[in-house]
Design a protein around this ligand. Structure first.
Ligand SMILES: Cc1cc2nc3c(=O)[nH]c(=O)nc-3n(C[C@H](O)[C@H](O)[C@H](O)COP(=O)(O)OP(=O)(O)OC[C@H]3O[C@@H](n4cnc5c(N)ncnc54)[C@H](O)[C@@H]3O)c2cc1C
Length: 323
């Protein structure tokens, strides 16, 4: 950046959408993200030779959302695909019914590929962990001691809170309480040992499972891979040793699917801040040159709302910064 432009902390979909809106308005912007690639909680990892979605499971697009043309463009270019509108409903002992809702979109290359696509052409610095954001009495922010024109925190509130000095004025109020953890457990089987029309299952009344997705089905390659998401309570019990949670998750999945087949491999990913407890209706907050956005805003907390929050903040900040 030549003259100090805006620095966005966080390269999830909200931060990238915010940077996109600022860049589209002709303003200088860079994104600093601690991960190796953009995506945040839209995380896909290569496991046993293929991408597996370990964060968000799918996208939805509410009627009238400004996100609709973005998703339509991804579908047109083959980056996203309509997955299903119907999932199983299950209890701990098996499937009890099904439920139909909005179309869910999956991706051939993993949900992270959509954030990477949105970031094309932007100045994104990966593997950069920001330690401190300060706001001077004149309202001018600094990031790790470097003066910037404006700052956006596009992070879960507990992560944003760590960067700020709460005694400083001029910083939007955060709400770090109530963010819930989750474990995502990928299970790779020798062959598919569940009904072809399972797609995914909302699991009720289980102390372990919250959701089960057929990753091969949603990605479209038919690979015999499931991804289970655990309840927040179960994840909380395994915060220190997530890998030790795999046997209990495998047992719960086998019981749900009534199958003797066990996975050949498992992989556990811990999300310390998977979902906000109290997402706000307001799309973002902006005080002077300091903005905050993400899925803690623009409730309900989803990919679509995170994108909407970041985009709306980017447009508002662009208006504020344009003479
Ligand atoms: C298990 C799980 C399942 C989900 N399922 C769905 C679903 O099916 N459908 C749906 O719509 N949504 C789902 N969600 C929610 C969805 O993933 C989020 O709403 C969305 O991805 C949030 O994006 P974000 O940009 O607000 O935050 P994030 O994606 O969390 O981005 C924050 C970024 O900030 C970076 N960061 C953190 N601290 C620092 C620092 N100090 N310095 C620099 N960078 C930092 C992180 O690396 C990350 O890239 C799910 C989430 C989880 C965890």
């Amino acid at each position: 950046m030549g003259s100090p432009g805006t620095t966005v902390v966080g390269g999830g979909i909200s931060g990238i959408a915010c940077a996109r809106a600022l860049a589209d308005a002709g303003l200088a912007v860079r994104v600093l993200d601690r991960g190796r690639r953009p995506g945040g909680r839209m995380a896909s990892s290569t496991l046993h030779g293929r991408q597996v979605d370990l964060g968000a499971s799918y996208l939805t697009v509410p009627d009238g959302s400004p996100f609709a043309p973005v998703v339509a463009d991804w579908v047109r270019r083959g980056l996203a695909r309509e997955w299903t509108d119907t999932f199983a409903v299950a209890g701990p002992d098996g499937v009890t019914g099904s439920t139909t809702g909005p179309v869910r979109y999956g991706t051939p290359d993993g949900l992270r590929s959509l954030v990477v696509d949105l970031a094309t052409g932007l100045d994104v610095v990966q593997e950069r962990t920001v330690e401190a954001v300060r706001v001077g009495d004149d309202g001018r922010p600094t990031v790790d001691g470097e003066a910037v024109g404006a700052i956006v925190l596009a992070l879960p509130d507990p992560q944003a809170q760590r960067l700020l000095d709460p005694r400083e004025a001029g910083v939007p109020a955060l709400d770090p309480a109530g963010w819930r953890p989750a474990l995502a457990v990928a299970l790779g089987f020798a062959r598919r040992a569940w009904p072809a029309d399972l797609h995914g299952a909302f699991v009720h009344d289980s102390p372990v499972l919250d959701w089960l997705a057929d990753d091969g089905d949603r990605r479209g390659d038919g690979a015999p891979v499931l991804v289970a998401h655990t309840t927040a309570a179960f994840a909380g019990e395994h915060q220190a040793d997530p890998a030790q949670a795999a046997p209990a998750v495998v047992a719960a999945v086998r019981r749900l699917l009534a199958t003797d087949a066990g996975p050949e491999w498992t992989h556990v990913h811990r999300w310390s801040h998977a979902r906000p407890g109290r997402p706000r209706e307001q799309e973002f907050a902006l005080i002077g040159r300091v903005g905050v956005c993400g899925d803690g805003w623009a409730a309900p907390p989803r990919v679509e709302s995170a994108w909407r929050s970041g985009s709306a903040l980017g447009r508002e900040l662009a208006r504020a910064l344009t003479p």
